[in-house]
Design a protein around this ligand. Sequence first.
Ligand SMILES: *[C@@H]1O[C@H](CO)[C@@H](O)[C@H](O)[C@H]1NC(C)=O
Ligand SMILES: *[C@@H]1O[C@H](CO)[C@@H](O)[C@H](O)[C@H]1NC(C)=O
Ligand SMILES: *[C@@H]1O[C@H](CO)[C@@H](O)[C@H](O)[C@H]1NC(C)=O
Ligand SMILES: *[C@@H]1O[C@H](CO)[C@@H](O)[C@H](O)[C@H]1NC(C)=O
Length: 291
Amino acid sequence: MEKNTYGSFKLMIILSFLSYSFVGSDCATINIQYASALGDPGMKNDSLRVAIESWNQCNEVGEEAKNMGSPRMADCFDLDYSSLPVKINHKVDEVDNRLGVQNGTYGGINAGESADIYAAQKEIYLGNKCQVIDDPNPWQFWMIMLKNGNTDTLAAICPENGKKAKPFPPTGRFPCFGKGCMNMPSMHHKYTSIVDQEGLMSGSFYGTWDLDTDQEDDSVVGNNSYYKVKWEKKVGGNESWVFHHLLKTSSKYPWLMLYLRADASRGFSGGYHYDTRGMMKMVRSNPLFHF
Ligand SMILES: *[C@@H]1O[C@H](CO)[C@@H](O)[C@H](O)[C@H]1NC(C)=O
Ligand SMILES: *[C@@H]1O[C@H](CO)[C@@H](O)[C@H](O)[C@H]1NC(C)=O
Ligand SMILES: *[C@@H]1O[C@H](CO)[C@@H](O)[C@H](O)[C@H]1NC(C)=O
Ligand SMILES: *[C@@H]1O[C@H](CO)[C@@H](O)[C@H](O)[C@H]1NC(C)=O
């Protein structure tokens, strides 16, 4: 989802199965079997794995937003049905989610002073906490992706393929209100919990790029930019998790992006040069692979 005008939208996504077909070698008895390349195909498992990441226009972090830590967080839990009411056992806590470059080597992260490298390593750290063992490979989480389309061409803070880039005059192709226009958003988090008598589970991530008017409560403030991703499912229900996405631009942030991604569970994905974690437990190697 991408939006570059004012306003907001709300979208309900129900993810469909991603599968590939296998056709037997004997054409006379074509035997089609389906196996999902995704962990938790159809999002039907009560136990959910979801994470959030944020990028600037050059697919880096640049600088962390104040008091937010590195912009990689996760909400991963298993349900314990052994007693009533059922219990939600979270695998990632606030100490993990708020880790940032100033936390140095805590958790085995080794990124030096680089907020970019820190975020990539934090994703792997969170992935290890969320990982589900599966065949043929483990998987970790769905990924909510945020991106700020502003580009400060004069600051030249985007490395180009790992090398330092040169500044260039603003082209009009990319918006920027001035210094700091490529900032990361605030990231507030409501951990998944049971929110009603019927056993409805719900959780969310939300925030704004307009950090001077950031608010911890989850309301949209004035003409601020804003995002919110909220997920819901009834315990034991046969339906899928439902994700609600809200994205609103502002005059300072006219180009914002919000996606829900199924990244590769290891190796590079979606054009990033970092090792990622995600839901795709198989790579597309079968020639008969279909989406
Ligand atoms: C649901 O996910 C948990 C791990 O989070 C796994 O142990 C369990 O087997 C899954 N259930 C189903 C029906 O896939
Ligand atoms: C990480 O750094 C922040 C800010 O200095 C601090 O509040 C927090 O306790 C640190 N976390 C850990 C696990 O040391
Ligand atoms: C939001 O923008 C509209 C249109 O520009 C303006 O009329 C309104 O006063 C603004 N509201 C706030 C709270 O700044
Ligand atoms: C759950 O839904 C699937 C697909 O709609 C259906 O085949 C299955 O019988 C349902 N299971 C239960 C326990 O209702």
